[in-house]
Design a protein around this ligand. Sequence first.
Ligand code: PGA
Length: 258
Amino acid sequence: MSGVKLVVGNWKMNGSSAQVRAFADLASRDWPGCEAALCVPHPLLAAAQAAFAATPLRWGAQDCSSEEEGAFTGDVSARLIREFGARYVIVGHSERRIGHDETDGQIVAKVQRALAVGLTPIVCVGEKAEERDGEQTAMVLRRQLLQLVRALGRDLPSIVVAYEPVWAIGSGDAAAPGMIDFTLGFIADTLAFHAGAAASGVRILYGGSVNRRNAAAILSRKLVAGVLVGGAALLPADFIEICKTAARCSNLETSEAA
Ligand code: PGA
């Protein structure tokens, strides 16, 4: 897959308005020319909108409700997220699948809510360590993708898929490039088998312990359309270094394709 690589930071339950401003300063001074977004906690969306609107940085949220609106205390609707200028929303992160018992059905409903208001959902899929060890990776990924593909039909190219093996998240050990190739290939084939040509428009990211040292090895793989970055996205210098790497890898592919 060629094109501009996408770098998405997932701040999880971290960050502050001061940190938002620090990223905005850096993005206005020293921008490498790749597509990048920070997915911040909901209360920081207003600060992100104020600080990033004049920079190339985009912003988003880390979850949205599967409902449109109503009596759902503590939940946040996709419409409200969009109202703060967000472009992206992460859906189905393993910390929500596991920590909040989110089902594939709920994740599909969230994706549909996000699409209905013009947000781009970044749908996370990936296997746990015991599933990898039990050679169930393909089965798990197929299960996580199938309902989605069936429900979305022609809307499929409007989503981004992020392959995030649960064992790699926050571990300091990213999946090896060969394994990333294999798994992203499997995801692309599964989407193509069930959705045909629509599948070729889906960007597939890798996430799990991406940092400034391993970013080049990961982003230079052809199938990797970008990365979803947790810990390293909290440090402006590291995040920008990963973005610079992404820009170099995008240029490389563009010149190869010419
Ligand atoms: P990590 O997190 O980069 O800290 O491993 C990635 C994620 O959970 O999205």
